[in-house]
Design a protein around this ligand. Structure first.
Ligand code: ARG
Length: 466
């Protein structure tokens, strides 16, 4: 008998090969270090596939039972770290199948009838990602709840609303917090729309379908899909669901990073609007007084790689011919990273919001800077004196100029001074210049009036927290 020159174990596809891959090729080729995460989803899909094969008389029921038992043992072994992963076995799918054959012998070789790793990997990734996204939706809900709780607690507290980071108009803190409830609400709607991807690729085999009389509807139903993907080429080539998930994460992070930025600003002594819990801050190794908002900074920083992950998979997919190409293995690390990072950052943000202490006195104090009531004054000229808004704007601008020179807020200007700008100005104007009236009068739908905000809290609770 001819002596084997290559001692390495042969791959599952070794039939047409004389040599095994080089060590360097094995390193490049292997995805096991990251796709091992998929083992439960892969085994679940494999058991379903084998059961269907038995139901269709493609394998015997007894064989299915053997396969099922074997796969459950493989699952246990992986869970208990009993299986040593090897680069030469490439990915989690091959590891599971190889181990199954080791355990139950050649019946295990029947599992791969009427399927390919191409439909297998798409199916397992979908099942796995579906669960992860559901968790993320739950965390978004909790974050909305935390924000709503703070909004309720601070229902009447005021703060300066800024545009261009400059004083603009007074608003309710609760109104500001509700803006984020809405933003994370859109993320949750984005999550719901992922449902359109919940169709099964399994049974598309390599690209063309299969000669076997399989029942795709059955595996789809049992695996929690709404139906089957209608084109076998599309089914094995599609990674739109991954791009949509990465986009979902990117939008979540765009929102999280904006909230983080505000937390960072609000916690700096210049603002001093909030006190962060020690649990979400760190100190400096040299400056003893420091308390840094690291959690918020990290979340803001991580948004870079989350958006990067989206761009990365987009670039992998664009221009790929149908059907499967190995490029597509590059979908996993970005997907795994984005989902994990999103989960941990949402958990931290929830903790940070729950433990934040707002300092309403300081927010109110800052409302006295920067003529936040100037627009109210202009509106008063329009309503009371019938001045066209453009002229009212100019008139108020001139008054602000004077107030700045006198170093006084608008409400402290004397009626005599005001009358210099318009003879009909009466003392009634002072009634609309205080912060409370300014806010109370913003009665337009979606505005910051307490009436609106209270109603929006109730609506938001009904819509998002049921
Ligand atoms: N590890 C591969 C991936 O993640 C599985 C599919 C391999 N298919 C193939 N024809 N080589 O994409």
């Amino acid at each position: 008998m001819k002596k084997k020159t290559n001692k390495r174990k042969k791959n599952l596809w070794a039939g047409r090969f004389n040599e095994t891959p080089s060590d360097h090729m094995s390193i490049l080729n292997a995805s096991i270090n990251f796709d091992k995460k998929l083992y439960e989803a892969d085994i679940e899909a494999s058991i379903c596939h084998a059961e269907m094969l038995a139901g269709q008389n493609i394998i015997k029921t007894k064989e299915y039972e053997e396969i099922r038992k074997g796969l459950l043992q493989v699952k246990k072994e992986i869970k208990n770290n009993k299986i040593i992963f090897k680069n030469e076995l490439e990915d989690i799918h091959t590891h599971i199948e190889t181990r199954l054959i080791e355990i139950i012998g050649s019946i295990g070789k029947k599992l791969h009838t009427a399927r390919s790793r191409n439909d297998q990997v798409a199916t397992a990734t979908k099942i796995w990602a579906r669960e992860q996204c559901k968790e993320i939706d739950g965390l978004l809900k909790t974050l909305q709840e935390s924000l709503l709780n703070k909004a309720k607690k601070h229902i009447g507290d005021v703060m300066p609303g800024l545009t261009h980071m400059q004083p603009a108009q007074p608003i309710l803190l609760s109104h500001h917090l509700l803006a984020y409830v809405n933003m994370f609400g859109r993320d949750r709607e984005n999550y719901s729309s992922l449902r359109r991807h919940n169709f099964s690729p399994l049974g598309s085999a390599a690209l063309a379908g299969t000669t076997f009389n399989i029942n795709r509807q059955e595996t789809a139903n049992k695996l929690g899909f709404e139906g089957v993907m209608r084109n076998s080429l599309d089914a094995v080539s599609d990674r739109d669901f991954i791009l949509d998930i990465l986009n979902l994460c990117s939008l979540i992070f765009m929102h999280l990073s904006r909230l983080s930025e505000e937390i960072i600003l609000w916690s700096s002594p210049g603002f001093n609007f909030i006190k962060l819990s020690d649990k979400y801050s760190t100190g400096s190794s040299i400056m003893p007084q420091k308390k840094n908002p690291d959690a918020a900074e990290l979340i803001r920083g991580k948004s870079g790689r989350i958006i990067g992950n989206y761009v990365s998979v987009f670039n992998v997919m664009k221009g790929l011919p149908l059907a499967y190409s190995k490029d597509m293995q590059e979908d996993k690390e970005p997907l795994f990273d984005s989902l994990e990072t999103t989960k941990i950052c949402l958990l931290v943000m929830i903790g940070m919001i729950d433990s934040i202490k707002f300092i309403p006195e300081n927010m109110r104090l800052m409302c006295s800077l920067g003529f936040l009531n100037a627009t109210d004054m202009a509106d008063w000229f329009v309503e009371e004196l019938n001045v066209p808004f453009r002229d009212a704007h100019k008139l108020t601008g001139n008054i602000v100029k004077m107030a700045e020179l006198k170093n006084l807020p608008l409400e402290k200007l004397s009626l005599k001074d005001l009358k210099k700008y318009h003879s009909k100005i009466s003392k009634k104007i002072y009634a609309i210049l205080d912060i409370e009236s300014s806010i109370r009068n913003k009665i337009s739908e979606g505005g910051t009036s307490p009436l609106n905000v209270k109603r929006e809290i109730i609506l938001a609770e009904e819509k998002w927290l049921k």
